[in-house]
Design a binder for this molecule. Structure first.
Ligand code: SF4
Length: 118
């Protein structure tokens, strides 16, 4: 199996061709440095993303407050995490860095507010 991946580790954005089977990388072509190879292996086997979204706020100056995962989480879990995020309603006031989901789906990562709401 071959996959085209653009490295996002630095602004150079090297285009890499990754070859492998069953999630194991056998070759990476197109990377300019070792960091690209590490990124390609991660993207090929279990890609991760930082999730950003908003949650509802009741009785606040704004109806929504922004949230994000404190670290990247497996991309395959994002639809399930979004269902949980969409089910949350906070009561104002809401402080920045409030944990709204702790250790979401056993990833070891919290979902926290990145803004505040009076
Ligand atoms: S492979 Fe290296 S040089 Fe190329 S985008 Fe990734 S980090 Fe930057």
């Amino acid at each position: 199996m071959e996959k085209k991946i653009i490295c996002t580790v630095c602004p150079t954005g090297c285009e890499m061709t990754v070859t492998g089977e069953d999630g194991k990388v056998t070759s990476v072509v197109g990377n300019t440095c070792k960091r690209g190879e590490v990124y390609a292996a991660s993207e090929f086997s279990d890609p991760v993303r930082t999730l950003t979204s908003t949650v509802r706020v009741e009785n606040g100056a704004e109806p929504l407050v922004p949230v994000r995962t404190e670290a990247p989480v497996p991309k395959r879990l994002i639809p399930e995490i979004m269902k949980l995020v969409n089910g949350i309603t906070l009561q104002a006031p809401v402080a920045q860095k409030t944990v709204v989901l702790e250790n979401v789906l056993d990833t070891g990562v919290n979902v926290v507010t990145t803004g505040e709401c009076d």
